[in-house]
Each structure stands twice: as C-alpha cells, then as structure tokens.
Design a binder for this molecule. Structure first.
Ligand code: ZN
Length: 234
C-alpha cells in the first residue's frame, strides 16, 4: 500500500551518526512517546482527505511541531481536483540539505484486509500513516539544534491509488514539482510500526543512501536485524 518502509531507528541512527560531530547534547528518541502519538492519531478516526480527522491531524501536527521549536508552513496545491496540504517544518531559512518525510493521510478503503467485510471501510492507519508521522514528530523533539539544515515534511494525499478519481503519491509529486530545493538526501518513513516488522531494502531508493542507512542500522542493532531482499510492498 505504501511505497517506502524504513525503520525509525535506522533513520534517527543514521541521522545522528552522520552528524555526530555536531551532536553537542543529544536528546534520545523516546519510543513510548512516539507510540502515544500513534494512539492519538488513530483516535482521530480516519485521516482520509476531506475528513474531520484530516483537518484535526493537520492542526495537531502544527501545534506539536511549533512546541518543539519548528516553524510550520503549508504547501497548498491541487491534483486531480483535490486540494493538497503538505506540512513543512523548518528551523531556519536555509535550504534543506536533508528532508525527512512521511505521509499523514490515510486510505479510503482497506481493500487488502483479509476480512472481506472490512474491505470497503477506511484504513485506521496506525501503521500506514500514523507510524511515520510519529517518528517525524519525535525527531522534531529530539534532533540536535545545530545539524545541517533539515526539513520535516508531512505529505498529504499519498495513499489512494486504485480509488476512482485518485492516484498514489499526489502530495509528494506536487511537492517535488513545485518546491524548488535540491537536498542531498530525502528519507521517507512509512509503515514502520507493524506488530511483526520486517524492514526490506527499498527498491526505488538511491542505492548509496540506502546502503549507508542499512549499514549504520546494522551497527546500531548489533547485527540483529534481517537484511533481506525487497519484497513487493508497492
Ligand atoms: Zn502509506
């Protein structure tokens, strides 16, 4: 359902490792706090575009990000007749060297649910949506202040391919087409809260960045993680 799935510890570890020289007083990523953020999102109900939950999560993310010291901007656009609200968090006016991103919208239909009775219902989006947002919000609270310029981007309208009148990744495509920045790396997290989590090599990713992330993750996890070839997660 989602295109990219990378574990939170990989990203935060990779980030900290890449910039450890700047890391004066590290705050640690609090997994329990991130989990609370997943619960908060699921309690909003589906965050499908146009829904009450969709408006609620945007306001909630803005408050959380501003409380963590970030400036929040909304990249508004439109695709296939649908309004798009990508949320962009910055800490200074410099162009980003790194963009860390997730999507916050959820899917209109759980068409992959093994229970046919649920296949027309909206996806709750605990794993697919909320987990990535939770990672980004916890990073917003814990990333050192003096890193290279980084943006946190929360994409809208990503997850409704194969739905009439929609397509996949509308929000990120609008962002890439309309926001003129050239970061050195973009790392997207999604579906990283599965109860039986497997993190596979992501087949569409830049191979050098991917190898660096997996290598550092392996160091951090004491070689305990599975590094299996990519299965089809699209
Ligand atoms: Zn997704």
């Amino acid at each position: 359902m989602s295109i990219i799935a990378i574990l939170l510890i990989i990203v935060s570890g990779w980030y900290a490792y890449s910039f450890k020289a700047y890391n004066a007083s590290p705050e640690f990523f609090d997994g329990a706090r991130a989990y609370e953020d997943i619960i908060t999102q699921v309690q909003m109900g589906p965050r499908t575009p146009g829904s009450q939950g969709h408006a609620q999560i945007r306001e909630w993310m803005r408050v959380e990000l501003e409380n963590a010291g970030w400036t929040v901007e909304v990249h508004e656009s439109q695709r296939l007749g649908h309004p798009i609200y990508n949320i962009v968090a910055k800490r200074n006016a410099e162009p980003p060297q790194i963009i860390l991103a997730a999507h916050y919208d959820t899917r209109f239909v759980a068409d992959n649910d093994p229970d046919p009775a649920k296949q027309t219902e909206p996806v709750p989006g605990a794993n697919d949506g909320a987990s990535g947002v939770a990672v980004l919000l916890e990073l917003a609270r814990t990333l050192p202040d003096d890193t290279v310029p980084v943006w946190l981007v929360f994409f809208d309208a990503e997850d409704n391919g194969r739905v009439d009148g929609w397509d996949w990744i509308l929000g990120s495509r609008a962002f890439a087409e309309e926001i003129r920045v050239q970061p050195e790396a973009v790392v997207i997290v999604d579906m990283i809260g599965d109860a039986n989590l497997n993190i596979h090599y992501e087949k569409n990713s830049d191979p050098i960045i991917r190898a660096e992330i997996w290598s550092i993750a392996a160091q951090l996890l004491g070689m305990g993680m599975s590094l299996s070839p990519m299965k089809n997660t699209a």
